[in-house]
Write a protein that binds this ligand. Sequence first.
Ligand code: MN
Length: 138
Amino acid sequence: MKVVRATARPTKQGPADKFSGTVWQDEVVVGTAPSRMRATIVSFTPGARTAWHTHPVGQVLYCLSGIGRVQRKGEPVQILNPGDTVMIPPEVMHWHGAAPDRLFAHMAMSESTDKGETTSWYELVSEAEYKQPPAAAA
Ligand code: MN
């Protein structure tokens, strides 16, 4: 058994080619084989979001705090609240991030493929895409 100490893992800033705005990432786990488990706490400042991307084995987002947004390409933007879980299927183009005027944090969970493949990144989400009015929350 191993305890990985918080003090050994400084918070990292999300790189500008994969995120718009200021985003902070705290690694939870990057499993070693045979595990393919990966989890990260991602904290988005207001208006910050991922670029468009896909996950080869899908992704689960568990919303921790604040108010967020998620969009599958071709569908309306959706509002996310604490306690919501988002299930993103394999190879589905999407983005996620904060509301324009609120902080947002989620735990992002996914598995790599048996070849070690993870996220595929595409273009940044434009202001026009981000500012589409979200669908009414269920
Ligand atoms: Mn994702």
